[in-house]
Design a protein around this ligand. Structure first.
Ligand code: SF4
Length: 407
């Protein structure tokens, strides 16, 4: 019979550590959260503002599009402005088609970036692909920068895919078209990494990713990559979608892979509402890692879902307010109170699970359910500390949480 220990997460897969501007990806380092801007990089003000917002929200690396001369010229200025704001956040340049040219023509951009992301499916034009791929790798060697070889389902190397489809047909089609495509994605990443190493880029300067838009494909391609290499792996479901669908799909896919010890850095790609908050993707990435127990970023506020035993919405509002207060104060608290991320707060709706759950938290409150005495016991470090009464229970408890943190 399996023991309870068999159901813990699998040990992290051994991967080669890559230093991205001082942030270590792989080699057993904590799983890194990253994100990407959606501003025009040539618009320096907007890009600086968005990188700063993403970094403040917890993005440890931020990727920016470098698609033309104007954006390449803006990169060193963006980096400089961020440093002046006290933000030494590593910037990753996202290159397609003409990356080799942009890096060659803009040495200050090549220097300012902490990593180059290239896509083997569109690294260059047709018959010049290998030459242009080599030029980018040589640039990475010259500037001592790591490279992410990021294969994408939507821009897969068509020559490789066709060759594998032909091979499969000749062998009597043992694999479905979808399985052949997964194989092509994995081979594209591995062949490109081998080529980069042959040119002289060491493995500790290479990160791999294979992005797809379906959960089962993400699980398959990353499991295959993990099985066949020890490169650091970047996980992400591309075009994950809007609203809850994007959050659920990313969580389901990455949760499964991370549980199996696979993945060194994650990005959650959510389609924001027009003018929506881009930092939501950072929050979701952090929450995936936190709820799975891999990292702690902000104190956990546990709240019951509510049921017919309480018709009041006080406990939901209280839980939301406390979570919002904590998020707002975290940049300061993180500096002032090391370890504050590990705090657990419970806000419960009635006596059924309230006292029990609150005792498990560092600080918890059990609000009165319908028909219960209008009193709310507060538990601190597992013991009942006091009982709150009256119309200000919510604000009194918020003050107690702040007080607990500050002590
Ligand atoms: Fe319902 Fe009480 Fe459980 Fe909350 S703690 S879900 S109010 S029974």
């Amino acid at each position: 019979m399996l023991s309870a220990a068999d159901f813990d997460p699998k040990p992290r897969r051994a991967s080669v550590a890559v230093d991205v501007g001082g942030v270590i990806v792989g080699g057993g380092a904590p799983i890194v959260v990253q994100s990407m801007t959606n501003t025009d990089t040539a618009d320096i003000d907007s890009t600086v503002a968005q990188v700063a917002a993403l970094h403040r929200a917890g993005s440890e690396l931020v990727r920016i599009t470098v698609d033309r001369d104007e954006s390449a010229a803006a990169v060193p200025k963006i980096r400089e402005r961020l440093l002046r704001l006290g933000m030494d956040v590593p910037l990753i340049g996202d290159f397609h088609y003409i990356g080799h040219k942009l890096l060659a023509d803009h040495p200050a951009c090549a220097e300012a970036l902490a990593k180059y992301r290239i896509n083997p499916g569109n690294v260059g034009f047709k018959d010049k692909k290998d030459k242009q791929f080599a030029e980018i790798i040589e640039m990475a060697i010259r500037y001592d920068k790591p490279v992410r070889i990021g294969v994408n389902w939507g821009s897969l190397d068509q020559d490789l895919l066709t060759a594998l489809m032909d091979q499969n047909a000749e062998a009597g089609s043992p694999l479905s078209a979808r399985q052949v495509t997964r194989e092509a994605i994995v081979q594209s990443a591995l062949l490109s990494a081998a080529l980069a190493e042959e040119i002289g880029l060491p493995r500790n300067r290479i990160i791999l990713s294979a992005k797809v838009s379906q959960v089962q494909d993400l699980i398959a391609v990353n499991s295959m990559l993990a099985e066949r290499s020890n490169h650091a792996l970047h996980l992400g479901l591309t075009e994950a979608g809007m609203g809850t669908k994007g959050v659920v799909a990313s969580s389901a896919a990455m949760g499964f892979v991370l549980q199996h010890g696979i993945g060194d850095t994650i990005r959650v790609s959510l389609t924001p509402e027009p003018n929506g908050d881009r930092t939501r993707e950072v929050q979701v990435a952090q929450e995936i890692l936190q709820v799975m127990g891999f990292r702690q970023f902000v104190p956990v506020v546990a709240a019951c879902p509510g049921c017919g035993r309480t018709t009041s919405t006080v406990f939901q509002e209280l839980a939301q307010n406390i979570q919002a207060d904590i998020r707002k104060n975290m940049p300061v608290w993180r500096e002032k109170y090391p370890g504050v991320e590990a705090l657990n707060v419970a806000v419960m709706g009635c006596i059924v699970n309230g006292p029990g759950e609150s005792k498990h938290a560092d600080i918890g409150i059990s609000l009165p359910g319908t028909g219960e005495t209008p009193a709310a016991p507060v538990f601190i470090d597992g013991k009942k500390a006091l009982t709150l009464r009256g119309p200000n229970i919510a604000s009194d408890f918020e003050a107690l949480v702040v007080d607990y943190i500050e002590k």
